[in-house]
Design a protein around this ligand. Structure first.
Ligand code: ADP
Ligand code: MG
Ligand code: MG
Length: 210
């Protein structure tokens, strides 16, 4: 990989911590208002762990992020984000050596999407982070197949699809998780978890130079 994943993950960690209040406000409208607190606490721990690890191996770094997030907080986001990073690490470790670097990046994003769906049992349209990560994985796969693909173009495509999916959550009624208790009152509000997914992908894309 020609870009520095550790730097990119540190950049994402800083952006998540800066978005704390915005993410709490979104979750206040749809849930219990703690999403920004959970994300910020998790990614403060991620920043500490990344800063003190010697490894620069992408699979090691993603595994470290996954375990740190899993251990940092409870709630819905800990296990969902944690397993997403752990599965993306496993995907890189098991990747066919013949895959190009952009194909590997797309495979890691696909593994994250699969992990979130497996763990949370939400589908596209339920108004969750699935509405960001699934289109992101699809866009990443398409981008990886382009002749001039790089990890940066794959991450850029993923971030843009996640942003569009997140915007679309405003038009959805929550059907799973805490927000589902509010039913139609969730219309017009953007899902916090989808917003976080977009923020992380956007941060990684920006760090990759896309
Ligand atoms: P909690 O709801 O436990 O307070 P958070 O506020 O940290 O947890 O996270 C809420 C976010 O988690 C939601 O915005 C949604 O994107 C996501 N979420 C909740 N349940 C699920 C699920 N079953 N599958 C996927 N994402 C989910
Ligand atoms: Mg919450
Ligand atoms: Mg909570």
């Amino acid at each position: 990989m020609s870009w520095d994943l550790k730097e990119a993950l540190l950049h994402a960690s800083k952006n998540v911590q800066s978005a704390r209040d915005q993410l709490c406000d979104l979750d206040a409208a749809l849930g219990d208002g703690d999403h920004g607190t959970s994300m910020a606490r998790s990614f403060a721990a991620v920043e500490r762990e990344l800063s003190s690890t010697e490894s620069n191996e992408p699979a090691d770094l993603l595994e470290l992020v996954g375990n740190t997030v899993l251990n940092a907080v409870g709630g819905a986001m800990g296990p969902l984000f944690g397993s997403a990073f752990l599965s993306s690490s496993t995907a890189l470790r098991n990747a066919d050596p013949s895959l190009s670097s952009p194909e590997r990046t797309a495979a890691a994003i696909a593994a994250a999407a699969n992990a979130i769906q497996r763990r949370g049992k939400a589908s596209v349209g339920d108004k969750t982070m699935v509405d960001a990560i699934v289109p992101a994985a699809e866009a990443a796969a398409t981008a990886a197949g382009q002749p001039d693909a790089t990890s940066a173009t794959v991450l850029r495509a993923a971030a843009e699809a996640a942003a569009a999916g997140t915007e679309h959550t405003k038009e959805l009624i929550a059907r799973i998780g805490r927000a589902s208790r509010l039913g139609e009152r969730t219309l017009g509000h953007q899902d916090p978890g989808a917003t976080s997914i977009t923020l992380v992908l956007e941060s990684l894309a920006a760090s990759a130079g896309a």
